[in-house]
Design a protein around this ligand. Structure first.
Ligand code: TMP
Ligand code: ASP
Length: 253
């Protein structure tokens, strides 16, 4: 089916959905890191992230945590509600790793005293700088009320996903969420948007601390595809065969 392309990001393409107020998210195999400086392809990643994100968003929905997810359409696409994306990446950390370890000199793997929430402005030109609540409200990226909702949702997602992953032998070290404003009649609700996958989470094996996430790509650790497959397998959503990425859908003028 030919559809109008709305936006192409680093790992996904968004198309106009079949009904007004819907969007189709197409998951690519492309991977980038360090603000686009490193590029690569992780074969099968799009198929796996589509399944993993579907699974996690559905589970969150069952817990009463609102998300943009509607349903998976096929191997690489899912239907989501159209939302107004809040231009902030919300990172929740349970264990020190990555940028917090560098910034604060914490050894990777050090448990944090409590979950820590950080905000980064979504702006590739600026390299997604860290920002504070003061910046967010002063510049109008979100209101104080929005931020209250975001913090509550982020902590509920963290509690729920930490338990879910622990159940399959994975430690949720940290993850990134995006939120959107969903308008229904005159009411606005903040919902979890984008995706939740090994691209946006750090997941370490509970026994061995082996990294089963995008850090394998970022840090050239090898076995990148296997890590994504292993996460899908543990969640029970590994497809039997992963088809190659089809030719890019055509842009309709
Ligand atoms: P960081 O330690 O590099 O700040 O990353 C924290 C978490 O956020 C980690 O799970 C990876 C995820 N993340 C993204 O999803 N997108 C990004 O652009 C970055 C920098 C991190
Ligand atoms: N996806 C981000 C980028 O391209 C960073 C990352 O996930 O490490 O730059």
């Amino acid at each position: 089916m030919r559809r109008r392309r709305i936006y192409e990001g680093k790992a996904k393409v968004l198309f106009e959905g079949p009904q007004p107020g819907t969007i189709v998210q197409y998951f690519k195999d492309d991977a980038t890191a360090f603000n686009n400086q490193k590029h690569g392809v992780i074969t099968g990643k799009g198929v796996l992230n589509n399944r993993i994100s579907e699974y996690l968003m559905v589970r969150l929905g069952e817990m009463g945590i609102p998300t943009h997810f509607v349903r998976r359409l096929n191997m690489r696409e899912q239907l989501v509600r159209e939302v107004e994306i809040i231009p902030i990446e919300v990172v929740v950390r349970n264990v020190a790793a990555g940028s917090i370890s560098q910034r604060l000199g914490l050894e990777e793997g050090t448990p944090l005293p409590r979950p820590i929430i950080e905000y980064y402005l979504k702006d590739d030109k600026l390299g997604d700088p860290m920002v504070s609540e003061e910046h967010i409200t002063a510049f109008g990226w979100a209101t104080t009320q929005d931020l209250d909702d975001i913090v509550q949702l982020a902590l509920r997602v963290n509690d729920f996903l930490s338990g879910l992953f622990l159940g399959v032998g994975l430690k949720l070290v940290d993850f990134k969420l995006e939120f959107g404003r969903l308008w229904e009649d005159d009411e606005m609700r903040i919902v979890v948007a984008d995706e939740i996958s090994p691209d946006s989470c750090r997941l370490w094996d509970v026994e061995t601390n082996e990294r089963l996430d995008k850090d394998r790509f970022r840090r050239d650790l090898g076995n990148v595809e296997d890590a994504y497959r292993e996460v899908a397998r543990r969640l029970g959503v590994l497809p039997d065969n992963i088809p190659a990425e089809p030719a890019r859908p055509k842009l309709v003028h």
